[in-house]
Ligand binder design. Structure first.
Ligand SMILES: [Zn+2]
Length: 387
């Protein structure tokens, strides 16, 4: 079940509301990444306090550990991880396939052959039926097909689920991306046929790498199949300009009345640029990953980051970011946070993660307000000038 309403428009940008069986998500909105049913460094209640509206977990990781049977017996993923809100699962295609591409690239360049599945070094192999991969946990072999991936994601019970796909990286030749794009379309059809609906919504994913004709072909094919929403995935290129081009190319080919999700993108300037190009939702592990490296997001230089341990202002009594309304900034000083980092106290991670997630949520609140006011381009100018 998914309802998407568009509440305001500003050029190609739109402000909207996605309603699911577990509440709603204001768009443009953000899915915080909880790969293994956990945000790295903080619990779900702190995330809610920071304004996180939705989480995304990875079905490949959860299939290996703890396994879908255990999650289903525990009442489904929402209950298992203590998150009553909007929840998505990725198919796991990115994780499965990212393991094998070094081998594929080498094979296509004629340097060596892909090892057979029996080879203990073979992480994965892709064929028409699906993908075989070796568990990083115990070495056991698993096969993902579009059909059993839909079953897996149903057992996990997220509100939004993504089709099984192969995600091609930048360095593979066009012929590989072309074959994968066609196969992903066939897999998308099989996912749709195997998908049982009910409380869940299914998102198709647009592929085609950096090749405009393949992107057009994939977008038209996915749109024709008809999904509850559409992800823009696969290799988005090497630079930001590459993915701007991909989104501009794909957007007119997707149905206007369905949400569009940009996979794996979430830098502050990306959120504004994506919203300007009609993206409704984003996901990115960056806010929590930065926290583990002692970095805080702020509206400033360099690149929206404060490297707390090296900052010239690390001894200051004031908050991490002036004007931030997060729990961390309300309660703790820069000096204290820098001390935690230098003393290697684990508490630095949840405090920085909560600030970074709040920063992201606040920026998207500003994006939504700017769309309603018809001023998103002004906000972009302001954000780009800050960093
Ligand atoms: Zn803060």
């Amino acid at each position: 079940m998914l309802r998407f309403r568009i509440l305001a428009r500003d050029g190609d940008a739109r402000r909207g509301l996605i309603e699911t069986a577990h509440g709603s998500l204001e768009t443009p909105g953000f899915f915080a990444v909880a790969t293994r049913a956990a945000l790295k460094g903080l619990d779900t209640e702190s995330a809610r306090r920071a304004g996180v509206q939705a989480l995304i977990c990875n079905s490949y990781h959860l299939a290996v550990q703890p396994g879908p049977e255990l999650v289903a017996a525990a009442g489904g993923l929402h209950r298992f991880m203590g998150w009553p809100g909007v929840l998505a699962t990725d198919s796991g295609g990115f994780q499965v396939f990212s393991l094998q591409h070094g081998q594929v690239a080498d094979e296509l360049k004629g340097r060596r052959r892909l090892p057979p599945i029996e080879d203990p070094l073979a992480a994965v192999r892709v064929d028409e039926e699906g993908a075989v991969f070796r568990s990083w946990l115990d070495g056991s072999m698993h096969r993902f097909t579009p059909e059993n991936n839909m079953e897996l994601q149903r057992a996990l019970g997220a509100d939004l689920v993504f089709c099984l796909d192969e995600c091609t990286p930048f360095h593979v030749p066009r012929q590989y991306t072309e074959a994968a794009t066609e196969r992903n379309l066939r897999w998308a059809r099989r996912c749709l046929e195997a998908f049982s609906g009910g409380a869940q919504a299914l998102f198709g994913i647009v592929h085609g790498g950096v090749y405009p004709d393949l992107r057009r072909r994939s977008a038209a094919g996915i749109a024709e199949l008809g999904f509850d929403g559409f992800g823009i995935g696969d290799c988005l290129g090497e630079t930001k300009l590459d993915w701007y081009g991909v989104v501009d190319l794909v957007r007119p080919l997707l149905p206007d009345d369905r949400p569009r999700h940009l996979l794996g993108v979430g830098e502050p300037d990306d959120l504004v640029e994506g919203a300007l190009r009609g993206i409704d939702t984003f996901d990115c592990a960056m806010p929590t990953r930065l926290a583990r490296h002692g970095q805080a997001l702020h509206m400033g230089r360099p690149r929206f980051r404060i490297d707390l341990a090296r900052s010239a202002r690390r001894g200051e009594d004031g908050p991490l970011e002036e004007g931030c309304d997060c729990h961390t900034c309300a309660r703790f000083s820069r000096a204290y946070l820098a001390h935690l980092l230098r003393a290697r106290e684990a508490l630095s991670v949840p405090l920085l993660a909560e600030h970074n997630l709040r920063f992201t949520a606040r920026l998207l609140e500003r994006v939504r307000e700017a769309i309603s006011a018809g001023r998103l381009r002004d906000l972009r100018t302001e954000v780009l000038a800050a960093a």
